[in-house]
Design a protein around this ligand. Structure first.
Ligand code: B12
Ligand code: SF4
Ligand code: SF4
Length: 336
C-alpha cells in the first residue's frame, strides 16, 4: 500500500484504525477555550462529526493517511529581506493542494481496487493530524504541525477512509525534546501553554488573520504580521526538523508568483486578482481580504513609495480596505 501511495505521488503513507481518536477530548477543550475564533466549521454540528471517521463513511474500518511534500528549493520567510515584496506562505505558491491531493487519493483508491471509500483533504470534518500521527506519519510538534523525522513538516495531509481492515501502524515518539524555537519565534505569541504541552490560539495566529478572518484585523495585532499577506511559515521555518527537509519533485507546487511586489498587489483589480491566483489557495482570502492584508504589510514596511498606492486603497468603496489603508498611511514615512 505504501509503494502504491508513492506511485500516486505521496511520500508518506500509513494506516490508522477508523475509530474515535483519543484526541477528541483535546479537540473539545480547544473549541471550548475559544481557540477556534470565528472558524464556525470547527464549532458547529461538524465538531461532533469529527469524533469518529465512521460519521463520514459508516462502513469505514481503516484510515489510510498520506502526506505530500510541498517544500521547494526557494528561500524561507526567515531569510527573505526584500521590504518591497509580499510574503505568501509557501503552501500557497502553486496549484491548490486540495485538487492535487484529491487527484492522487482517487488514483490510489483505483490502484487498490476500492469501490467504496471516502477521500478527505482538509475540508472534511476529520482530525487529520491526529490520524496521521496514529498512522505513524509523524508526531505533533509544539507548533502543532505534524513532523516527520526524515521529511520535516512541509507536508499536506489527506486520507482515504476504507471499509477494509488493514493492520494499523504505530505512532512515532515525540522528538521536540527541550526545543522551543517555534514558541519563541512566533511574532504574535500564538503558541500557548496547554497543561504540560502547547496549543495554538488561532485568534492570535497570522495564518488565521490573513486567511480565515473576514472583518478587520485588530489594530494591536497588525504590527506582528510584518510583510505576510497570506498564511505564515515562521514556526516551521525555524524548526530544526526542517533544516534538511527534502524538496518535492512535483512541479504543481513550484511558485507561480514568488514574493510579488506589494505595490503591484495593491493595484490589482478584482478580475486581475482572480486571474492571477486562479486555482491556488489564495482565493480563500477573497479580494477584499487580500487587499486588507496588502495594506497591513505596506503599513508595517512603512516605505514612502507605498504612500501613493495606499492613498488609492484609502479611497476604495470597500470600507474594510479603506480603513486598513488609512491605518497603513499613518505608519508610512513621508514621500520625498
Ligand atoms: C483550522 C485549521 C487551521 C487553523 C487552526 C490551526 C490549528 N493549529 O488548529 C489556522 C487557520 C490557524 C491554520 C493554520 C495553518 N494550517 Co491549517 N488546518 C486547519 C484544519 C482545517 C483543522 C485543524 C484543527 O482541527 N484544529 C483544531 C486543533 C485542536 O487540532 P490540531 O491542531 O490538529 O490538534 C489535534 C491533534 O494534532 C492532536 N494534538 C495536538 N497537540 C498534540 C500534542 C500531543 C502530544 C498529542 C499526542 C496530540 C496532539 O490533538 C488535537 C485535537 O484532535 C486542518 C485540516 C483538518 N481537517 O484537520 C488544517 C491543517 C492542520 N493545516 C495545515 C497547514 C499546512 C496550515 C499552515 C501551515 C498554513 C500556513 N502556512 O499558513 C498553518 C499552520 C499554523 C499552525 N502552527 O498550526 C495542514 C497541516 C499539515 C501538517 N504537516 O501538520 C492541515 C492538516 C491541512 C492539510 N490537509 O494538509 N490551520
Ligand atoms: S503560523 Fe505564524 S503566527 Fe501562527 S503560530 Fe506559527 S509562527 Fe505563530
Ligand atoms: S521548533 Fe522545536 S519545539 Fe517547535 S515544533 Fe520544531 S522541534 Fe518542536
Amino acid at each position: 500500500m505504501r509503494a502504491l501511495a508513492r506511485e500516486c505521488g505521496f511520500e508518506l503513507a500509513g494506516v490508522a484504525r477508523a475509530e474515535p481518536s483519543e484526541d477528541t477530548a483535546r479537540y473539545r477543550e480547544w473549541v471550548e477555550a475559544g481557540n477556534a475564533g470565528e472558524m464556525r466549521y470547527l464549532t458547529d454540528r461538524r465538531a461532533a462529526v469529527r469524533e469518529d471517521p465512521r460519521n463520514l463513511l459508516p462502513s469505514a474500518r481503516s484510515v489510510i493517511c498520506v502526506g505530500k511534500l510541498y517544500q521547494t528549493p526557494w528561500p524561507h520567510s526567515a531569510q527573505f529581506r526584500d521590504e518591497e515584496r509580499a510574503w505568501i506562505s509557501r503552501y500557497a505558491w502553486g496549484d491548490d493542494y486540495h485538487d492535487v491531493m484529491r487527484r492522487g487519493l482517487e488514483q490510489l483508491a483505483a490502484r487498490i481496487g476500492l469501490t467504496e471509500y471516502k477521500v478527505c483533504v482538509d475540508t472534511a470534518p476529520l482530525l487529520e493530524r491526529s490520524y496521521a500521527r496514529l498512522a505513524g506519519l509523524g508526531w505533533i510538534g509544539r507548533n502543532t504541525c505534524l513532523i516527520n523525522q526524515q521529511g520535516g513538516s512541509w507536508f499536506f495531509l489527506g486520507e482515504l477512509l476504507v471499509p477494509i481492515e488493514i493492520a494499523p501502524d504505530a505512532p512515532p515518539a515525540d522528538r521536540c525534546g527541550t526545543c522551543r524555537r517555534c514558541i519563541d519565534a512566533c511574532p504574535t505569541a500564538a503558541i500557548v501553554p496547554n497543561g504540560a504541552g502547547y496549543t495554538l490560539d488561532s485568534p492570535l495566529c497570522i495564518s488565521y488573520f490573513t486567511i480565515e478572518q473576514r472583518g478587520a484585523v485588530p489594530e494591536e495585532m497588525r504590527a506582528g504580521i510584518g510583510g505576510q499577506v497570506f498564511g505564515c511559515d515562521i514556526c516551521q521555518d525555524v524548526c530544526p526538523w526542517n533544516r534538511r527537509a527534502p524538496a518535492t519533485e512535483d512541479p504543481a507546487f513550484a511558485p507561480r508568483h514568488f514574493a510579488p511586489p506589494l505595490a503591484e498587489m495593491a493595484a490589482l483589480t478584482e478580475s486581475e486578482f482572480r486571474a492571477m491566483f486562479h486555482r491556488t489557495p489564495i482565493t480563500r482570502a477573497r479580494y477584499s481580504g487580500f487587499l486588507r492584508n496588502v495594506a497591513i504589510a505596506m503599513g508595517n514596511r512603512g516605505l514612502p513609495q507605498f504612500r501613493a498606492p495606499l492613498e488609492k486603497l484609502a479611497a476604495s468603496d470597500d470600507p474594510l480596505v479603506a480603513e486598513h489603508a488609512r491605518w497603513a498611511l499613518r505608519r508610512c514615512q513621508p514621500a520625498t
